[in-house]
Design a protein around this ligand. Structure first.
Ligand SMILES: CC(C)(COP(=O)(O)OP(=O)(O)OC[C@H]1O[C@@H](n2cnc3c(N)ncnc32)[C@H](O)[C@@H]1OP(=O)(O)O)[C@@H](O)C(=O)NCCC(=O)NCCS
Length: 258
């Protein structure tokens, strides 16, 4: 689940994660109360929004970064395309390969989706976009104009995926993952870019995302596509309770007991 869904600014209360942890926006006056009471920040997370103008030159300017990201990935030999419910198992498999690399914070947990549940959601209001390579070897991948690209090979290896959910007010990223062997080649950026282009074509104009502050790759991919950061979310931990006082007169507590 994404941070923004857990911590929707419009919702009254963040989802409780741990009674010793409070998650507050950095501009929440309550943060000063917690600080004064000895609470400390144990994690930071961010949310961001991309607002796409209705149409015209302004929209083109915003979407230019997305077009460039998809084009660069295609030129490097990757195929970026929309996935469907039939891809639920390989999406979950890829996500399981990445599960250990999701940074955990009290506000940004992630569970590998159950394929059956994911397939059902992809038939409803979720969408997925993936990056494929040919024969599992990016060095022999064809160019985007080659005729022998597989469009629907069920065995084609999936290298990156982003899954998004549609809400009345926005499209929210559920998760994005790139196989460890395919990282830092622009694939997370490209699949997110494709999701934006595709959903803008369907009429969506507001996109939300978020993550742990330590997840620099995720943050940079979104900034490159034009997402604008919102105030940070801080996870505060309660001060440790004082150690219980040693009971007087207990065994061994008296210097004369030995
Ligand atoms: C985060 C993740 C999806 C990034 O995937 P990726 O395909 O390697 O990302 P990209 O190649 O598109 O890189 C995006 C940008 O981040 C940078 N980047 C990527 N990984 C980075 C890292 N570990 N440290 C610093 N910068 C990094 C890239 O250089 C690029 O920067 P640029 O646009 O300024 O050139 C991938 O590391 C991953 O799957 N992590 C585990 C799952 C996860 O944390 N998902 C995100 C939360 S939903």
């Amino acid at each position: 689940m994404s941070i923004v869904e857990r911590l929707d600014p419009e919702s009254l209360e963040p989802e409780p994660v741990d009674p010793e942890i409070r998650v507050l926006r950095e501009d929440d006056p309550e943060t000063e109360v917690l600080r004064a009471a000895g609470w400390s920040v144990v994690a930071e997370s961010w949310g961001a929004r991309l607002h796409v103008p209705p149409d015209g030159v302004e929209q083109d300017a915003v979407l230019e970064a997305c077009l460039r990201a998809v084009d660069e990935a295609a030129r490097a030999g990757w195929r970026i395309e929309q996935l469907g419910p039939q891809d639920a198992v390989r999406i979950a498999d890829l996500d399981a390969d990445c599960a250990d690399d999701y940074p955990w914070t009290p506000a940004t947990g992630h569970d590998v989706p159950d394929p059956e549940d994911l397939g059902r959601r992809l038939r409803q209001d979720w969408s997925a976009f993936g990056a494929f390579r040919r024969d599992g070897d990016p060095d022999v991948a064809d160019g985007p104009d080659d005729a022998d690209w597989y469009d629907s090979d069920p065995d084609a290896p999936l290298s990156a995926v982003t899954v998004v959910s549609e809400h009345p007010d926005r499209v929210e990223t559920e998760f994005t993952a790139t196989h460890p062997d395919a990282r830092r080649r622009g694939l997370a950026t490209a699949v997110k870019a494709e999701s934006i282009l595709s959903l803008v074509a369907e009429g969506h104009r507001v996109f939300g995302t978020g993550g742990a502050a330590v997840n620099e790759g995720s943050l940079r991919a979104n900034l490159r596509l034009g997402y604008v950061l919102e105030p940070r979310w801080l996870s505060w931990r309660a001060p440790a309770p004082p150690a219980p006082a040693t009971a007087r007169g207990g065994p061994g507590s008296s210097p004369t007991a030995r």
